[in-house]
Design a protein around this ligand. Structure first.
Ligand SMILES: NC(=O)c1ccc[n+]([C@@H]2O[C@H](COP(=O)([O-])OP(=O)(O)OC[C@H]3O[C@@H](n4cnc5c(N)ncnc54)[C@H](OP(=O)(O)O)[C@@H]3O)[C@@H](O)[C@H]2O)c1
Length: 358
C-alpha cells in the first residue's frame, strides 16, 4: 500500500518532511504547497537541497486538494483552521505539528464535523509539544507506581535554529530583557503544552486543578554573544525558560519546560541548564523513580553551522515523527486522533533494507 502525500510549506520542518516522505517505503510525495511566491513553480527537491525529485511546488491550494492525496503534512508558520477544515472535508487526512495534539478539553466541533463529512482523520504530533512531552513519558511511566510527578524538559541552543525572523520577532532574542514579557511566545506555546499536560493527566488519572500554571523567565547576556541574528549585547535577551504545570491541590504533578538559549555562557540572572549539554530529559517521580535523556536530536559536537542551519537534527526528528505517523493516520477511523487512539507508531527501515517494493 502506498499513501499519496502533499507537504504544506517548505520551512525548516517542511524541507525535512519532504526528505522523510521520500525515504518512507509506504509514502509517495505528490505535491508541495509554498507560502513564499519566489519558491513557487520550483522542483521541491531543489528547495530542500537534495536535487530534483520531479515534484513542482505551487501556491495553488485548491489544485493540491484536487489531487485528492491521502494525507497532507500541514506545517506552515501559523495554523489556519479554515484551511484544515477544507482539507478534512475533502476527505484528506491531516498530520500537523501545529496543534490538535489532544483535543478532549477543547472546542473542536467544526473540525470534528469536517472529519465526519470527509471521513478523514486529524492528528497533531511533533516533538515538544508532542512525543517528548507526553507519548514517551507515558511509555516510561508504566515502569513505575505511586507516581507523584512527571517532567518533560527541553534544553536547546538556538544558535543552530535556522529561522532568524522567528528568533528575533517572536522569541525576542536580542531585545532588551525587560521587553521579554511582551513576547507572544508564552501564549502561543501554552495551548500545545496544556494539551500535553491534559493527555498525561487523563492517561495516568491525575485529578488536575482547573487552572494550569505558565511561567516565562528571561535571562540577559553579560558579555557580547555571537548569534544567527547578530551580536547579542549585555542586557539583551540571551536565554529563556518556559514552564507549564498541571497541579493537584496546588502541588505540581506534571511539568513541561523549554530552555532556549544562545550558548550557555555569559548569561546572567541565575541562568543554568544543570549538568550536561543540549538534550531532552524525562523524569518520573514514583517507585522506582525513572529518568531518561535523549541525545542526537541536537547537532553533534563540532557541527558545521551552515549545515545545521539548513538541516537541523531537531527539525529532522520532528518532521520524521510527523511522517512516521502518516500510514497509521491514513488507516485510522475518521475523527481527531491522538497518540492514545492510534497504534504504536514506528519508523521504517531504509529502502534498500525494506521488504516494501517501490
Ligand atoms: N510541535 C513541535 O514539536 C514543533 C516543532 C517544530 C516546529 N513546530 C511548528 O511547525 C511549524 C513550522 O516550523 P518551521 O520550523 O518549519 O518554521 P519555518 O522554518 O519558519 O517555516 C514555516 C513556513 O511557513 C510558511 N509561512 C511563512 N509565513 C507564513 C504565513 N504568514 N502564513 C502561512 N505560511 C507561512 C513558509 O513556507 P514556504 O517557505 O514554503 O513559503 C515558511 O517557510 C511552526 O508553526 C512551528 O511552531 C512544531
Amino acid at each position: 500500500m502506498t499513501w499519496r502525500v502533499v507537504q504544506w510549506s517548505t520551512g525548516n520542518l517542511g524541507r525535512a518532511a519532504i526528505e522523510g516522505i521520500i525515504a518512507h517505503p509506504e509514502l509517495e510525495l505528490v505535491g508541495v504547497w509554498v507560502h513564499t511566491a519566489g519558491k513557487a513553480g520550483k522542483d521541491a527537491g531543489d528547495i530542500c537541497g537534495i536535487g530534483a525529485i520531479g515534484v513542482r511546488t505551487t501556491q495553488d491550494a485548491q489544485a493540491l486538494i484536487a489531487l485528492r492525496p491521502d494525507c497532507i503534512l500541514y506545517s506552515p508558520l501559523f495554523p489556519n483552521e479554515d484551511e484544515v477544515v477544507s482539507m478534512l472535508e475533502a476527505g484528506i487526512n491531516v498530520v500537523t505539528p501545529l496543534s490538535w495534539f489532544y483535543t478532549k478539553h477543547m472546542k473542536v466541533e467544526r473540525l470534528e464535523a469536517a472529519c465526519r463529512q470527509g471521513n478523514a482523520t486529524l492528528h497533531g504530533t511533533g516533538i515538544h509539544p508532542g512525543g517528548m512531552t507526553e507519548r514517551l513519558p507515558l511509555v516510561i511511566s508504566s515502569f513505575s507506581q505511586k507516581i507523584t510527578h512527571v517532567r518533560a524538559e527541553e534544553f536547546s541552543d538556538c544558535r543552530t535554529y535556522g529561522a532568524p525572523e522567528v528568533l528575533r520577532d517572536y522569541m525576542f532574542f536580542g531585545k532588551p530583557v525587560e521587553q521579554a514579557g511582551e513576547s507572544m511566545m508564552l501564549g502561543v506555546l501554552s495551548g500545545g503544552f496544556y494539551q500535553s499536560i491534559d493527555m498525561i493527566a487523563d492517561a495516568m488519572g491525575f485529578r488536575l486543578d482547573a487552572k494550569k500554571r505558565a511561567v516565562h523567565q528571561a535571562f540577559p547576556a553579560t558579555a557580547p554573544i555571537e548569534s544567527p541574528i547578530g551580536v547579542i549585547r549585555p542586557g539583551e535577551l540571551a536565554a529563556q525558560k518556559f514552564t507549564w504545570q498541571g497541579t493537584v491541590d496546588g502541588k505540581p504533578v506534571i511539568t513541561a519546560a523549554v530552555n532556549w538559549y544562545m550558548g550557555h555562557e555569559n548569561i546572567g540572572g541565575g541562568w543554568s541548564i544543570g549538568g550536561g549539554e543540549e538534550r531532552y530529559e524525562l523524569a518520573i517521580t514514583g517507585d522506582p523513580p525513572i529518568t531518561a535523556q535523549f541525545h542526537g536530536i541536537h547537532p553533534a559536537k563540532g557541527y558545521v553551522l551552515e549545515e545545521v542551519l539548513r538541516r537541523n537534527p531537531g527539525m529532522v526528528a520532528t518532521a520524521n515523527h510527523c511522517v512516521s505517523a502518516i500510514p497509521y493516520v491514513c488507516a485510522a477511523p475518521a475523527g481527531i486522533k491522538s497518540y492514545l487512539d492510534l497504534p504504536l507508531i514506528a519508523g521504517r527501515a531504509r529502502l534498500d533494507l525494506s521488504h516494501h517494493k517501490r
